[in-house]
Design a protein around this ligand. Structure first.
Ligand SMILES: NC(=O)c1ccc[n+]([C@@H]2O[C@H](COP(=O)([O-])OP(=O)(O)OC[C@H]3O[C@@H](n4cnc5c(N)ncnc54)[C@H](OP(=O)(O)O)[C@@H]3O)[C@@H](O)[C@H]2O)c1
Length: 424
């Protein structure tokens, strides 16, 4: 019998085919690929898989007498991937997955099976692709108290925002370009809505703070409403716009958000461009660190999967979390920290509109630090105006925005973004 751990791989797509190729090349010395599964047995995948058994039904990998570890790279929140992972854990077979959607939605039952049964369930590839952030939080920062964790967790959104900034593209054109280059799915909804970044944040937060993953605890706003004008206004404030996921400790618990924010150009997150991801972590006694790298793609994601396979082959596999989700005690808070805000609106080009808008902001407790107004061009009925506020409570901002939106005769297209302030 081989002294290598025997891998059954489900899914031979973008990530799976690269994982298969690397395993067959002997990239993980103590692991060998013995069986694979995909929908189409005859599809050319750029790798010679004849040394591995092909099974049509991925569930057969669980009962396969030669398979010790199941690698799930099919994807999807439910369905085949979930039933495969559950069956493997029930049978005591360690699992490696890149499937953040499944983990975020089913963390509680999967933790019962993995933590309860002490069966490794490794998921480095599920968050920030090739960046080893799970290992960093779990092992590298083991003796720290994490205070704040934030980052760029979605390469599609970052690519779109970067291209709007550098090439002056509209949101639609930048999305189209991202799709053509393979950085965005044909259906980009999960990415541009911020949900994908939210799923990753939920998983990271469970690990970093012990908060039960729950998408309802995360305030999620996507990038669909960002216009080329916002990118240009941000530049006037020496800033760029990034979709930032944040999980931060406060007196009320851990606050979670995923939203587009204004980031000063000199901040390290502003330097993270195109499809790259980055995670910044503030911890005590460590201080602050930032990890940056490719957050998606076959090679980067396979790198993280292979690291998990290597850990399991070396006897270092760990269950999903350190406790079951049911035993996680840290609470989530919905109280957003006070922030400065960027408020953009289109104001009717008529006397009194600016006075009315500023009056509404003042009446709702929003005080203005800066105003930028574009001059009118022939035929414009509305002018874009941007306010930068002083520190403002979210509740005050929300009531001011809703009051502004009711003044449809003087303004429309209202958008507010927090201004990201680094604590260091
Ligand atoms: N791609 C990335 O950059 C990236 C980054 C981070 C995480 N991930 C995660 O990695 C996982 C895989 O992503 P991917 O991009 O590699 O997906 P993909 O290219 O769509 O590949 C999916 C694979 O699953 C197989 N499959 C689908 N349904 C199946 C079924 N019922 N039975 C057996 N096989 C089935 C497909 O078979 P056929 O090839 O025969 O159709 C295909 O080989 C997902 O959880 C994803 O979220 C991906």
């Amino acid at each position: 019998m081989s002294d290598k751990i025997r891998i059954g791989l489900a899914g031979l797509g973008t990530v799976g085919a690269t994982v298969a190729a690397r395993l067959l090349q002997g990239a993980v010395p103590h692991a060998e690929l013995v069986a694979v599964s995909a929908r189409d047995a005859n599809k050319q995948r750029g790798v010679d898989l004849s040394a591995a058994d092909f099974v049509a039904d991925p569930q057969e990998l669980v009962s396969h007498h030669n398979v010790d570890v199941v690698v799930e790279l099919i994807g999807g929140e439910n369905g085949v991937a979930l039933s495969l992972v559950e069956a493997a854990l029930k049978k005591g077979k360690p699992v490696v997955t890149a499937n953040k959607a499944m983990l975020a939605a089913h963390a509680a039952p999967l933790s019962e099976l993995s933590v309860g049964g002490n069966v490794p369930l490794a998921f480095e590839a599920a968050v920030a692709g090739g960046i080893p952030v799970i290992k960093t939080v779990r092992e590298g920062l083991a003796g720290n108290d994490i205070h704040r964790l934030c980052g760029i967790l979605n390469g599609t959104c970052n690519y779109i925002l970067s291209r709007m900034e550098v090439a002056g593209l509209s949101f639609d054109d930048a999305l189209k370009e991202a799709q053509e280059k393979g950085f965005a799915e044909a259906d980009p909804t999960l990415d541009v809505s911020g949900m994908d970044a939210g799923q990753k944040l939920a998983i990271l937060s469970a690990l970093a703070y012990g908060v039960a993953p729950d998408m309802d605890n995360i305030s999620v706003t996507g990038i669909e409403a960002i216009m080329a004008a916002d990118i240009a206004f941000a530049a006037e404030f020496d800033s760029v716009i990034r979709l930032v996921g944040l999980a931060e400790r406060s007196g009320y618990g851990i606050y979670h958000s995923v939203e587009p924010v204004l980031v000063k150009r000199k901040h390290p997150l502003a330097q993270v461009v195109n499809e790259l991801n980055a995670v910044s972590i503030s911890a005590m006694p460590l201080g602050e660190i930032m990890l940056q790298g490719p957050g998606a793609g076959g090679g980067a994601t396979a790198s993280a999967v292979l690291a998990d396979v290597s850990d399991i082959a070396s006897g270092f596999g760990r269950p999903l979390f350190d406790s079951t989700v049911a035993a996680m005690k840290e609470s989530a808070s919905k109280n957003a920290p006070a922030s400065e805000f960027y408020i953009r609106l289109a104001l009717a080009d008529q006397p009194g509109s600016m006075a009315k808008a500023t009056q509404i902001l003042a009446e709702n407790g929003v005080s203005i630090e800066e105003v930028v107004q574009r001059s009118s061009e022939a035929g414009d009925s509305h002018l874009p105006v941007v306010f930068i506020t002083h520190q403002t409570e979210k509740a005050a901002l929300t009531s001011a925005l809703s009051a502004l939106e009711q003044q449809s005769e003087i303004c429309n297209s209202v958008l507010a973004l927090p201004v990201f302030v680094d604590e260091v």
